[in-house]
Design a protein around this ligand. Sequence first.
Ligand SMILES: C=C(O[C@@H]1C=C(C(=O)O)C=C[C@H]1O)C(=O)O
Length: 305
Amino acid sequence: MRSLEESRKRIDEIDKELVRLFEERMNTVVDVAKYKKENNIDVLNKNREAEVVEKAINNLKDKKYAEEVADFFNHLMDISKNFQRKAIAKKMVSNLKKSIFIDITETASKAGYSMMINPLAKKVCEIYFGDKTKKIEFNSYDDIMSGLIDESLDYVLLAVDNAMDGHIAELYDLLEKYEDIYIKDKFVTDKDGIKLEDIHGLNTENYNKFIILGKYKRFVKDSNKIDLIVRIDNEPKSLGHLVKYFSNYNININKIDSREADSSVKDFSVFINFDGSLEDKNILKMLSGLEGDVHYLRLVGAYRG
Ligand SMILES: C=C(O[C@@H]1C=C(C(=O)O)C=C[C@H]1O)C(=O)O
């Protein structure tokens, strides 16, 4: 048997080699993350993870370590996913500084709409965009999102189910899948499709809700509400820490809602709606700090509300 000193020396050598391989693996993982970002693919791939674990077990000479090697790779892949999320989200806030603020109805040459949730969508789309914009009807979310991604559409108008708007629900799941799509406008209409400008004090449950989605960093001028999704550690202090960010910058939170993330990841998603405009440097500063401090940050939208 080796002496304690000899064993420790050997462990140091092995660790050195492990760190070299870890670094190489992480560098490769970032390439995967970039590919995923460009192709709008989720960071998590459960099938691939199962494959990685299976290969690791097969590669063992001594199968008595099967459980441990599975554990090791599951941890490693959690680290890898968190890093991927950070790597692809990192540039988001600095990119936002290049945003332009416009009247989107003046820059839309093609807009899509769907009558799946509310048949009034067609009429609302006509009123919202006017005659200059070509309007195209879609019958599936995938088609409508593809239209935005391949830029055959400038914007899309979707009706929002009242139930859907209540929580971080399907809509936000859908948006999380598409890194580059944002909510550009959110509004309520009466039964004739006429936009209600002042909804203060109205029970909007009885009205029709719509959103405008678009790609890239063109946002409506003078927006005053921002939607955000962040992922933070599932630990006692993290939510308080998150909320403190907003109070430190004197930003008012209107709504905060959380949901457990995938059980293989030890963090959870928080949806936040707060007052502010992307034209405001204070907001960008807060977002930039927050981005560096959370596992993942996704701007969902900025609009007038
Ligand atoms: C690197 C990838 O992304 C994630 C991380 C993995 C890893 O670290 O091996 C495996 C699957 C994905 O959940 C990938 O998809 O290959």
